[in-house]
Design a binder for this molecule. Sequence first.
Ligand SMILES: [Fe+2]
Length: 304
Amino acid sequence: MAVKALLHYALEVPDQTAGETFYRSFGLETASGRDDAVHLRPAPLARESVLLYGGPRKRLHHVAFGAPGEEYAATREAVRRAGVREVDPPRGAPEVGFWLRDPDGNLVNVRDEGPLAPPADPPLMLNSPGHVLREGRRGYPPPGMGARPRRLGHVLFFTPDVDRQLDFYTRVLGMKLSDRCQKIIAFLRCTPDHHNLAFLASRGPGFHHGSFEVGSIDEIAMGAKKMQESGWHPAWGPGRHVIGSNFFFYIRDPWGSFAEYFHDLDQIPEGCAWQPQDFPEADALYCWGPPVPEEFGRNVEVEA
Ligand SMILES: [Fe+2]
């Protein structure tokens, strides 16, 4: 029994139009939906990744995971056996799958759906010592190129208790721990991606960022440049993380949380030997990149 896909995250926000503008600049497209939310999706996918509901202040509305086929009933049974009560869907949300609350009170929706993969890109034609893949043509990215997120990869939430969340998502929903840094942050997966869900210690729960895969380091940098030219605040990057190994760039959303472009994330296929590591705090966050801005660790939801 286990969830096998991160389907979407839904935020409650004070200005849905500002949120839609932000995520469209980021590279997502507006999708149609049957409820009051603004639905946004990566262009190559026929499924939304971000839902924006109206509400008094920014906070997580819910997060949705897929447990396809037999996994759906098995996950539901595991939830029941763990003594976790199912709850009604939140007002305005589609009545799909079943709903529960995690130990922090976050609403979790589990649906009978599997992961969707975007069509594969052509292989990157990079020249490296001893490996010339591109000859006779220029390699620089086209001026004005923006990012075109292919898919949602992961979300990161704040939590007052990393261990409690880790226990819940591994024991009840069948996710796996990939790596952690003490009691500060833990990274979990339900697909071959190194992480689909992460928890960062804070005074209370909160939404930190959603992260989307793009096709190259150039695409990360060009996308970030374009966001900046459109007036959005570049929060942190470019850089390379230690845990997950991905290249990153974070853009601040209209509410003080973030959206991330990522590329080249560690992959851990089912059955692969992978030992989760507990990284020391000083070496856990990034190998290179600008210093971490103070705002990056701020949970605006507990300060409000
Ligand atoms: Fe991330």
